[in-house]
Design a protein around this ligand. Structure first.
Ligand code: GLY
Length: 256
């Protein structure tokens, strides 16, 4: 169960966010704000208390709070993003995290380690960590060492094409994952019940499970149907403006 979520309102500088899909155009900030309102409403509908942080114009990608920390039942792990334009974001998130975690349960990924929360997928007390262009082997080593200190475990998943691990695979509880692309045949996920996502809906392999409900991005009918058929309640939220800067549903919140 999750009881809390933290989000940060998108800033106007989001038009300068990092993107691998410039052909999608720049985000429309007014529409992004409306979609953020809907996202917050969906989180609340799932029963979590939402802490809403002010926009931070210094960091174009700062609404993607998931990359700044990993919040577990036992500790908070403050990340060290690889992208230069995002390096300062965890420090801006720290005051909000200190409202929920005692200082002795807050840990830090330190250089030369890099790690972004989008690369971390929690499945109970085990964490899968994508080794990506953003998260390096040293970051993963530090992360697993912190997990072990608090009685949890982790394992690395080398990535070949996607930005972050959760760009292509999401754990939606009940031993179930959504998998696309390079993860479909990945034996690391073979013991899970797998919902396979076709290439034309790959963006929707990033869904969010909260307290029995799965939030699914708008515009991906096959994924929505598969998640419903598997037995979940669903809420659909449009994230078209965030997709333009490589953001998915999970990127927009910290859930704990
Ligand atoms: N635009 C999100 C990221 O690249 O981190």
């Amino acid at each position: 169960m999750f009881t809390n979520a933290i989000v940060r309102r998108p800033c106007r500088a989001i038009v300068h966010g990092i993107t691998s899909s410039p052909e999608l155009g720049k985000p429309d900030i007014e529409l992004a704000l409306k979609q953020h309102d809907d996202y917050i409403a969906a989180l609340k509908q799932c029963g979590v208390k939402v802490t809403v942080l002010e926009p931070d114009e210094a960091y174009p990608d700062s609404c993607f709070v998931e990359d700044t920390a990993v919040l577990t039942r036992k500790c908070a792990i403050i990340t060290n993003p690889c992208a230069d334009s995002r390096k300062g974001e965890p420090l801006e998130m720290l005051p909000a995290i200190r409202r929920f975690y005692e200082e002795e349960t807050i840990e830090y990924i330190k250089a030369p380690g890099t790690l972004e929360g989008g690369d971390v997928m929690m499945a109970g007390d085990h964490f899968y960590i994508g080794q990506s262009n953003r998260t390096n082997a040293e970051g993963i080593r530090q992360f697993i060492s912190i997990l072990n200190k608090f009685g949890m475990t982790g394992s690395a998943v080398p990535l070949s094409t996607v930005l972050h691990l959760k760009t292509g695979v999401s754990y939606i509880e009940n031993n179930t994952v959504l998998v696309s692309g390079e993860f479909i045949d990945d034996t690391r996920f073979a013991s899970f019940k797998r919902i396979t996502v076709a290439p034309d809906e790959a963006y929707a392999s990033n869904c969010v499970w909260i307290n029995g409900t799965v939030i699914v991005p708008a515009g991906y009918p096959n994924v929505l149907n598969a998640v419903k058929t598997t037995g979940y309640k669903t809420i659909v939220v449009d994230t078209s403006e965030y997709r333009k800067v490589d953001g998915g549903l999970s990127c927009l919140s910290l859930r704990f």
